[in-house]
Design a protein around this ligand. Sequence first.
Ligand SMILES: CC(C)(COP(=O)(O)OP(=O)(O)OC[C@H]1O[C@@H](n2cnc3c(N)ncnc32)[C@H](O)[C@@H]1OP(=O)(O)O)[C@@H](O)C(=O)NCCC(=O)NCCS
Length: 194
Amino acid sequence: MEIIDLPSDNADLIETTARLLMTGFQTFAPHAWPTLEDALEEVRESLEDDRISRIMVSEVKDPTTTNQSRRTVLGWIGGMPHYNGHSWELHPLVVSPSHQRRGIGRRLVADLETQVRQRGGCTIYLGSDDETGLTSIANIDLYPNPLQHLMEIQNLGGHPYGFYQKVGFAIVGVIPDANGPGKPDIFLAKRISH
Ligand SMILES: CC(C)(COP(=O)(O)OP(=O)(O)OC[C@H]1O[C@@H](n2cnc3c(N)ncnc32)[C@H](O)[C@@H]1OP(=O)(O)O)[C@@H](O)C(=O)NCCC(=O)NCCS
């Protein structure tokens, strides 16, 4: 397994990455990329010049041929610069459902940190939606004091904010009702250099 730049001239890996995006978010955010074309557009956007798009690839035996292998995509992470390149938004991150909880997400985040550091960034941040009631701050009215609710947040069903905390991110904010009433977006950030 290795992490490489997603090659802009490899239609096969681009499509495999788009399919991974669709399957990986099926339970967490089922409406995010409803069609393959939507997912392909997201992947193509990640190949723009100023962005970072990295995939974890692995050699697998090709069942259609003998003694030949092909590369498959086990995970994908992207980054885009904001605030004049001081801070980068992590978007998206997905690991193949059959390979989750084996350290691939952690390795992809560490790789993004290296990439962003090399470009002079000092912070990585992201928004992580809760559209399906996986946390205690979904399906309730967060006003008038959203930060109070955020301080008492509980992970009710494997929301990925728990993963981000494990790899060093802190919860830094919330947009109440970001995806409709009771569907907030949780913001996390990590300092990657001093
Ligand atoms: C979130 C995701 C990227 C994590 O990738 P992963 O490869 O399974 O994560 P890792 O195996 O590297 O886990 C690193 C640590 O986080 C923990 N972890 C992983 N997912 C977690 C979750 N949902 N909640 C709490 N902890 C979690 C692991 O147990 C591990 O802990 P440890 O170091 O104490 O053993 C993956 O589950 C995924 O693709 N989910 C669907 C898409 C998604 O939610 N993307 C993020 C949207 S913002």
